[in-house]
Design a protein around this ligand. Sequence first.
Ligand code: CA
Length: 122
Amino acid sequence: MASALECATTLLGSVSSSGQSSLGVVDRLLINVSRPVLDSSFTTGDVLSFTGPSGSITATGISKISTTQYLVNFASQTAAGEYALTLSSDITKADSTKLDQDWDGTAGETTDDKFHVVRQLR
Ligand SMILES: [Ca+2]
């Protein structure tokens, strides 16, 4: 039984050496998972699709910040518009269960439990 959001995201911009964000430039997506993720279970292979206004974007790496926070890294994007990310339900949590994005109690369903999100860059 799931009651909490499994994943949520935020688009993050580049941070310069002075610590300032450059507006209109993004190169990372922050993924917040509601429960800890098993080490090494979240990889670029779990990024099923990632597209922006200029087309397909390649995830260059996954960085672990904590067991519930990961960054999807990609080449800097500046185009305003929609960015859509789909993650595989194969991402495994520390309790060995997979994602249950539709909260039906059955984890890891190939279609129903994919994580899909659209974020706007303005
Ligand atoms: Ca499910």
